[in-house]
Design a protein around this ligand. Structure first.
Ligand code: SF4
Length: 475
């Protein structure tokens, strides 16, 4: 199969959803590319977007309509100002004009983004189709699938051929391959992954890319820790991270609000005794996912709904263990390759596998990163990932109101706690005596995904979602 880079598993973007916001956004920009390459972009008179399956059922709460509008405007989610997102969409809606690819304005009515609540396409539950009507009445259409984690596949595209990527020194298709590569080469997991990454980009690009990921991760936690208020969407969810942050920092909270370095220094000065460290872990995870729910800038890791787990565990590692920021690169490289194994051999899409594919995978990734950077062997790091996933098997996805808030935000705290516990168990454990391998738990997760009732796969038709009716406010 293809090489999946650390930078595929960690992507800078905007909340609240990788599959329902980032993927559709990317699909819209890919459709613009098609039109551009065919010389049709300047002849588009109207554009229409049809959303199917899970994208239709939870798209309103997940901001899918907003994402496709901004995608068609050719906004870049990695660099745009998050505060400008809602005003820009409101302007398109009020004026009924959409600046296609940032240029010529075309008429755009509310019904031009259509939610087909009772229709799904066979390839994947997250499907969307774009149709452009040209000046002469001809149409050009493409269908895309948002397959989780912001990855997008175009109808008819050979995904394996497209992503084939560079020849890497250590082809890794399974946890067994990864362990064998480490044992044969005498390298650690992050060293093996780094050698593979070098086949795709130079050392400086890798270093800068990892630093940028970390910068956005800790920035999202910092902003979330100081952003008070109620989350958008109509559910009335109050942000909880700021209160927890204040209670942990006491009279140091204001000075720590200066910047992210001052914040980390203040929490470190307070010490990491058990209860405080546990509360900080929750604070980090809440903060990131409250930012995510508020359409803030986060790192997809490996999805947006689960974007808080890895930053929480890594911040915890940096703030309360020896080595500080030295742990960041090996942590991310280890977590990334574990996430890639799940993507290759199972799924990271909640619409395919429920929440085990989001929170479960992020917890497994974080557990491996933590075990690795606390001195574990490759086998212990993979054992940590296995333990973390083992205790997320079967976890369903049933977001209330289709919003990435309840149970999603709290669920990140649970994923982070399980990751830390899994790493601790693995560091004290003997992988040779483990009964379950990481490859076995990945297989089990995939089989569970296939058997899971579709109402628990990001449709808001089961579980908690049907217990608490809510009117979703249009973004
Ligand atoms: S329940 Fe889990 S998988 Fe579903 S939207 Fe929330 S975080 Fe994502």
């Amino acid at each position: 199969m293809d090489f999946i880079s650390t930078f595929d598993m960690f992507k800078v973007g905007l909340g609240p959803s990788s599959s329902h916001t980032m993927g559709p956004w990317a699909a819209a920009r890919r459709f613009l590319e098609v039109l551009r390459s065919e010389g049709a972009l300047d002849r588009v008179a109207r554009a229409r977007v049809d959303l199917f399956g899970s994208l239709a059922k939870t798209g309103k709460g997940h901001g899918t309509d907003l994402a496709v509008i901004l995608g068609l405007c050719d906004w870049d989610p990695t660099t745009c100002d998050p505060a400008a997102v809602h005003p820009a969409v409101a302007k398109v809606r009020a004026e009924k004009l959409l600046p296609l690819a940032g240029g010529r304005a075309i008429p755009f009515e509310k019904g031009d983004v259509a939610f087909h609540l009772h229709e799904s396409l066979p390839f994947h539950p997250n499907a969307l189709a774009f149709t452009a009507t040209l000046d002469d009445g001809a149409t050009r259409a493409e269908t895309y699938y948002s397959v989780g984690g912001g990855f997008v596949v175009q109808e008819g595209e050979d995904a394996a051929a497209k992503g084939a990527g560079p020849d890497v020194p250590f082809p890794i298709e399974s946890a067994a391959d990864l362990l064998a590569a480490c044992r044969k080469s005498g390298l650690t997991i992050p060293e093996v992954v780094l050698r593979n990454e070098r086949a795709a980009r130079d050392e400086a690009a890798i270093r800068d890319g990892l630093a940028r990921i970390w910068d956005v991760m800790r920035g999202s936690a910092f902003r979330g820790a100081y952003a008070e208020g109620i989350l958008p969407g109509g559910l009335g969810v109050v942000r909880r991270a700021p209160k927890l942050n204040r209670s942990l920092l006491g009279d140091r909270a204001e000075a720590a609000s200066r910047n992210v370095d001052a914040w980390v220094a203040a929490m470190r000065a307070g010490g990491g005794e058990f209860h405080a460290a546990l509360k900080w872990l929750a604070c980090f995870a809440l903060a990131v996912n409250e930012e995510n729910a508020a359409f803030g800038r986060v790192v997809t890791a490996p999805t947006n709904g689960a974007a808080g787990v890895i930053p929480a565990v890594l911040l915890h590692r940096v703030a309360f263990h020896e080595g500080g920021d030295e742990a960041v690169a090996p942590f991310l490289l280890t977590a990334g390759v574990v996430g890639a194994l799940f993507k290759k051999r199972a799924t990271i899409s909640a619409a395919m596998g429920g929440c085990q594919a989001e929170i479960g995978v992020s917890s497994a990734m974080a557990a491996a990163g933590l075990a690795q950077t606390l001195g574990g062997t490759a086998a212990q790091a993979l054992m940590a990932a296995e333990i973390a996933m083992e205790h997320h098997l079967g976890l369903t996805c049933d977001p209330v109101g289709g919003l990435v808030q309840v149970p999603c935000i709290e669920r990140n705290t649970m994923g982070a706690v399980k990751a830390v516990t899994a790493a601790q168990l693995a560091l004290e454990g003997d992988p040779e005596r483990a009964k379950v391998s990481l490859d076995a738990v990945i297989r089990s997760m995939w089989e569970t995904a296939l058997d899971m009732n579709s109402k628990y796969k990001e449709t808001s038709e089961g579980g908690l979602a049907v217990q608490i009716p809510v009117n979703v406010v249009e973004c």
